[in-house]
Design a protein around this ligand. Sequence first.
Ligand code: FAD
Length: 457
Amino acid sequence: MNTVTRPRILVVGGGFAGVACVRRLERKLSPWAADITLVTPTSYQLYMPLLPQVASGVLTPQSVALSLRRSTKYRTRIIPGGAIGVDLRSKVCVIRTITDRTVTEPYDYIVLAPGSITRTFDIPGLTDHAYGMKTLAEAAYIRDHVIAQLDLADASEDPAERAARLQFVVVGGGYAGTETAACLQRLTHAAVERYPRLDPGLIKWHLIDIAPKLMPELGEKLGRSAQEILTRRGIEISLGVSIAKAGPEEVTFTDGRVIPTHTLIWTAGVVASPLIATLDAETVRGRLAVNADMCLPGHDGVFALGDSAAVPDLAKGEGAVCPPTAQHALRQGRQVADNVIATLAGRPLRPYHHKDLGLVVDLGGTDAVSKPLGVELRGLPAQVAARGYHWTALRTNVAKARVMTNWLLNSVAGDDFVRTGFQSRQRAKLGDFEYTHAYLTPEQVRAHVEEAGRRVR
Ligand SMILES: Cc1cc2nc3c(=O)[nH]c(=O)nc-3n(C[C@H](O)[C@H](O)[C@H](O)COP(=O)(O)OP(=O)(O)OC[C@H]3O[C@@H](n4cnc5c(N)ncnc54)[C@H](O)[C@@H]3O)c2cc1C
């Protein structure tokens, strides 16, 4: 059969949802049944829940970056870049490649899985001075930055500078922020032994959240256990507090406290990828409003899932939408692939239905709290559940081997606290890591697609 006559399936985003979809399509569709194309800026699928362990040096960056080209069975064409707009009427996706070239890609079916970006607010200085924890580059950058603060504090003769460099602020008491604060506090606690000139008492971690509780999804008792573990380790937790202002050398909390610090890590939630706004379609708090079968109402052949879509949570009912978790994204990816195949075959689509399996929170070492299938666990059993869950969820055997080896090596040999020096002279901003300024407006998308069409004619 001629390639041109084959249906073109375009998957946007190579994360949990996108890769699960592509792998299923590759397995279930013969190469002659459809052309599959994936648009993604990176050549790997990032196992994001383990990012705090990359930042703290327990895992190497490579071990959580799962190659998209590991097997010769992976026949999908990959466009290295990011979608910056989609014109639903003409069925064309506008892409900026990693060399900054803008190209257009027509499709018959599109699966939108570009995930989310760090949610920010209009707080003075925030986007200039905060670091996020959403990308591999951010995790590696933060690790270097934190070790650099120890090095700089050690070299400084100025007590005020030393104190400021040894204070760290994490905003966001969800699992991402809590794990990040916990894992990085362990890093500084262990590292300071290698700096005999530094007073360990000067190292101070602050974890703050505007909500009245840490990780409310854990429930009252487990949430309190997590808080006790962190407090015991010297992390100062402030609830009902956010930041009013951020600067290069200090952060002002909304309760008036001014914290001298060079490190502000912002993990206060996520919002859908800005790509969704380019569609000019209905959204639910920024996520694309889709049906339970993950189709966009009124647009044939458009599917959306994962963090970027508001997929109805049928297991919860009452108008609930699935929370933005890897657990849902992965399963939605498989289900969407089945629904794309059903569409091709003219069969009815199936709604997405999954009952949440619970939450695991790795606080480093043997500290953890977990609630698998509603069972509350603390300490070592919780840690076994957390690491066991993540290890099993890693998609490839080579990733499993890398992660397990890293865990073993780290538990035996510890960390050398080496700073790589990449980008050390460049202060990287949130937007630089997450490419938030690349997207077009719906009008720009249409203009671009029309212009590209004229050039072809
Ligand atoms: C620190 C941290 C810890 C977490 N811990 C857990 C946990 O313990 N359990 C859990 O279930 N969930 C956890 N999550 C949430 C989970 O990682 C996300 O819900 C999940 O990754 C969402 O999957 P996704 O496929 O929608 O998006 P992602 O996995 O983020 O994938 C999106 C993909 O799209 C690509 N992309 C982005 N923009 C574009 C574009 N414009 N064009 C093309 N490609 C694009 C990205 O590079 C990426 O490859 C955690 C998240 C973080 C940040």
